[in-house]
Design a protein around this ligand. Structure first.
Ligand SMILES: NC(=O)c1ccc[n+]([C@@H]2O[C@H](COP(=O)([O-])OP(=O)(O)OC[C@H]3O[C@@H](n4cnc5c(N)ncnc54)[C@H](OP(=O)(O)O)[C@@H]3O)[C@@H](O)[C@H]2O)c1
Length: 333
């Protein structure tokens, strides 16, 4: 017996900043699961910056969302009915069909959630690709060594807040974070960052120099633009930049100029390296082991900003791009 549910579709493609009009909330009839499938009722879904790129009709590492079609993304669902022995009603699974209330999944597209480590929503945050991104970006791409100084931008966000804490746990001598408000700065200091600054208060370069007067060895870049330029200016010899994202330009309508001081990469022997978490999935087991331990022992704390209701998912996504989140932005369905 099929049931009614709602889903969010891409109504139109944005030019520049997305608006609520780019999304449509639609009532649909949900099919029954076939052999080897399960029906889940989504209880949590993730909104993430990369989804902005998928709203454009442009080739990238993730395919564009199709106009008029339901969006997708990370979600946690509770099994309602199952046509496979692998799952039973009541099981919680992580999967990629967010932005809808009900989803029919192939068995292999569902990953059981082990709720003994942390509350279920953590499987869209520190125990998900978000945490893995922070972990491999810092330890593998930037190759952080104990005693070094680290700068993290968008430090109050999901990836950034974990990156700073992992850096401390791995022996960084000084960890500096930037964020978009004084309130976020205070919360970063509470999380254990040695210094933090509000990037809106004065030029990033000046703030970074004050926060890390002896320079930085590693920059974990979530922002690009003035943050990247400031980091290059403050880098010590043999410094490394892990380029994780450049959120400051996701809504740009014109090509954005690169850092004006890139030639310093020569004299300072800098390494700038972009990365995607998909190339580092081999590190997942090690990461989950360590992160689970850090969460159990309270050595890593994580925050969530929760918005309720599928109808508010577009607002949650737009809020994420504007910086309305501290930690992971999530929608509870
Ligand atoms: N390479 C990968 O595989 C990979 C995987 C996951 C995520 N990422 C990237 O990692 C970064 C963080 O992602 P996330 O999921 O953790 O999101 P997030 O940091 O939780 O949320 C985005 C944050 O970006 C900040 N921001 C927005 N516009 C900005 C601007 N113009 N200048 C400075 N900060 C700005 C906002 O905080 P403020 O209030 O501080 O402005 C906002 O809270 C993004 O660049 C994302 O694309 C990359």
């Amino acid at each position: 017996m099929s049931r009614a549910g709602r889903e969010v579709r891409l109504a139109s493609r944005p030019h520049g900043w997305p608006t609520p009009e780019n999304f449509d909330l639609v009532k649909v009839s949900v099919p029954d699961p076939g052999p080897g499938q399960l029906l889940v009722r989504n209880v949590w879904m993730s909104v993430d910056p990369y989804m902005r790129g998928r709203m454009d009709d442009r080739r990238s590492y993730s395919p564009p969302y199709a106009l008029g079609e339901v969006l997708d993304g990370g979600a946690i669902g509770e099994v309602v009915s199952s046509e496979t022995d692998a799952f039973r009603p009541g099981d919680l699974v992580r999967h990629g069909k967010g932005w809808r209330e009900y989803a029919v999944l192939d068995e292999r597209a569902a990953q059981r959630v082990d709720q003994t480590v942390a509350p279920v929503s953590a499987y869209l945050g520190p125990l998900s690709g978000i945490g893995l991104t922070a972990y491999v970006g810092l330890l593998d791409v930037a190759a952080l060594r104990p005693g070094e100084a680290v700068f993290v931008s968008a430090a109050a966000g999901a990836v950034g807040s974990l990156t700073g804490q992992i850096a401390k746990l791995k022996g960084a001598a000084r960890v500096v974070g930037s964020a978009g408000s004084d309130e976020k700065v205070a919360r970063l200091l509470d999380l254990g960052f040695d210094a933090a600054f509000n990037y809106r208060a004065q030029p990033v370069r000046r703030s970074l120099k004050e926060a890390a007067p002896e320079g930085i060895d590693v920059y974990f870049d979530n922002v690009g633009a003035d943050h990247l330029e400031a980091a290059i200016a403050c880098m010590r010899l043999n410094g490394r930049v892990a380029i994780c994202g450049m959120i400051s330009q996701y809504n740009a309508t014109e090509p954005v100029p690169g850092p004006r001081n890139l030639s310093l990469a020569v004299s300072k022997r800098l390494t700038l390296r972009g990365f995607l978490l998909y190339d580092h999935l081999g590190r997942r087991e090690q990461f989950v082991g360590e992160m689970s331990e850090w969460l159990r022992s309270g050595q890593i704390r994580y925050h969530e900003t929760v918005v309720d209701g599928l109808e508010n998912a577009p607002a949650a996504f737009l809020g994420l791009l504007r910086g309305e989140n501290f930690g992971k932005m999530l929608v509870r369905l």
